[in-house]
Design a protein around this ligand. Structure first.
Ligand code: FNR
Length: 377
C-alpha cells in the first residue's frame, strides 16, 4: 500500500521490487569484475540455474476462506528472535559493491530486526560491523583458519562483539572453478579493503610480525592459504565447541549423511546450501536435497536453507519442505549496489512483504503451520 499510495502522488519506487530485475540493473551500475564476481557461479553455471529450476518445480496450492488476514510470521531460531524466518547470508568483500559495504548492510538489517551473518571475508572489521548493527541480531560466519591461535582470537572477538551463533562454512576450502572471474583474473580479496578481519586481528598480525611479509598482497595470500586446504575435518569440531559457547551451525551441507554427522557431532544446526552454485558446478540444487535432510535430522537440529531464494513464495516453499529459516544472498547485494543501506532495506522490505502476502493469499497464518501439504511437485 505504501508504494501504491506514493504512486498516486506520482512517485515510483526508486529501485525495482523484483530481485531478478535488480540483477539486470546492477550489471549496468557495477564494474564488470565485481558484477561477475557476485552474479556468476562455478563452471558452466549449471548449479546456479538448477537452484532456480528446483524452486520452479514446486507449486503452491492456495486455500480459501481460512481467515489468514491476521498473520504472524515471526519466529525464533537458536535463541535469536526474528520478524520472519529470513536472515542475510554471509557475503564477503562487500566493499567491491559499495564503499559502506557491510556497515550499510548491518544498519539496514538492524532497522528491520533481520539477523545478518557477517562473513570472515568481510571488508569491515568484526567490531565496526557490530557497532553499525547496534542492538540488531547478528551471527558470525567462519572460514576456518588452520592456525588455532588465529581461530581462537577471531572467535573471541566475535563473541565479545555480540555475535551469538557461529556459522562454519565447509564448502569453500578452496575456491570453485569460476571462469567469469578467471577470465578477468579478478579476485576481490587482493583489492583495496579486501579482507579486514585478519588484518585487524592481533594473532594474525603477530604471525606477520614474526616473519614480515614484503607486501600486503603476500600477507593476503598467507591468509588465503590459512583458510584453505583440507586439513580441517570432523575430528577438529570439538576445538570450535571449546572456543565458542553459543550455537554452532555448519554451512554447505548437501548430503544427508553429512547432516546426520553434524547432529551426531553435537552441532546445533546445518545450512543446506551449495554456496549459491559458486563452488561445485553440476552439484545438486540445494532445494532438491532439503526434504531428505529435514526428514533425517529436523527433529534433532535446526535445518536452515540457502541458494536460489528470490521471492516470497520461494521462502514459503523452502519452509514447507522443512527449513526453519532461509538465508538471502545475491539479491541484497544488488540492493547494496543500487543504494547502499537504503537499497538493502528496500530489498529486505520487498521480500518480507512478498512473503507476508504470499502466506496470506495461500491461506497460511503462521510459519509453524507450513508443511509439504501446501505444495505440489
Ligand atoms: C557468497 N557466499 C558466502 N558464503 C560464506 O559462507 N562466506 C562468504 O564470505 C561468502 N561470500 C559470498 C560472496 C558472494 C558475492 C556471494 C554471491 C555469495 C555464499 C552465500 O552465503 C550464500 O550461500 C549464497 O549466496 C546463497 O545463494 P543465493 O541466494 O545468492 O542464490
Amino acid at each position: 500500500s505504501e508504494i501504491y499510495l506514493q504512486g498516486f502522488g506520482g512517485t515510483k519506487p526508486e529501485f525495482s521490487t523484483d530481485a531478478t530485475r535488480l540483477e539486470s540493473s546492477a550489471e549496468a551500475l557495477m564494474e564488470p569484475g565485481p558484477f561477475s564476481y557476485v552474479a556468476s557461479g562455478a563452471g558452466s553455471g549449471s548449479t546456479v540455474r538448477a537452484n532456480r529450476e528446483a524452486f520452479d518445480r514446486w507449486k503452491l496450492v492456495p486455500r480459501m476462506l481460512t481467515d489468514s488476514t491476521d498473520r504472524d510470521l515471526s519466529t525464533s531460531l537458536l535463541g535469536t528472535p526474528m520478524p520472519a524466518p529470513v536472515l542475510l547470508a554471509p557475503v564477503g568483500v562487500q566493499s567491491i559493491v559499495h564503499p559502506e559495504a557491510e556497515l550499510a548492510t548491518a544498519r539496514a538489517a538492524a532497522e528491520l530486526g533481520v539477523p545478518m551473518v557477517l562473513s570472515t571475508a568481510s571488508s569491515k572489521t568484526i567490531e565496526e560491523v557490530a557497532a553499525a548493527n547496534g542492538a540488531g541480531p547478528r551471527w558470525f560466519q567462519l572460514y576456518w583458519p588452520n592456525d588455532p591461535d588465529v581461530t581462537a582470537s577471531i572467535l573471541s572477538r566475535a563473541k565479545k562483539a555480540g555475535y551469538t551463533t557461529l556459522v562454519v562454512t565447509l564448502d569453500t576450502w578452496t575456491l570453485g572453478w569460476r571462469p567469469c572471474d578467471l577470465d578477468q583474473a579478478y579476485l576481490p580479496f587482493l583489492e583495496g579493503e579486501g579482507v579486514a578481519i585478519p588484518f585487524s586481528d592481533p594473532a594474525f598480525r603477530a604471525l606477520l610480525d614474526k616473519t614480515p611479509e614484503e607486501d600486503s598482497a603476500a600477507a593476503i595470500l598467507r591468509w588465503i592459504f590459512m583458510v584453505t586446504g583440507t586439513d580441517r575435518t570432523w575430528r577438529q569440531l570439538p576445538f570450535l565447541r571449546e572456543h565458542w559457547d553459543g550455537p554452532i551451525v555448519l554451512k554447505g551441507i548437501q548430503h544427508v549423511d553429512d547432516a546426520r554427522r553434524a547432529a551426531d557431532a553435537g552441532m546445533d544446526g546445518v545450512i543446506v546450501s551449495n554456496h549459491g552454485g559458486r563452488q561445485v558446478d553440476g552439484a545438486v540444487a540445494a532445494l532438491d536435497v532439503l526434504p531428505e535432510i529435514a526428514t533425517a535430522v529436523g527433529d534433532r537440529i535446526e535445518v536452515l536453507f540457502d541458494s536460489g531464494v528470490r521471492t516470497g513464495s520461494d521462502v514459503l516453499k523452502a519452509l514447507a519442505l522443512g527449513a526453519s529459516a532461509v538465508l538471502l544472498g545475491r539479491p541484497y547485494v544488488y540492493g547494496l549496489a543500487h543504494g547502499g543501506e537504503a537499497g538493502v532495506r528496500h530489498v529486505l522490505r520487498c521480500l518480507l512483504a512478498d512473503f507476508d502476502i504470499s502466506m496470506g493469499l495461500s491461506g497460511n497464518r503462521s510459519v509453524g503451520q507450513l508443511s509439504p501439504s501446501v505444495l505440489r511437485r
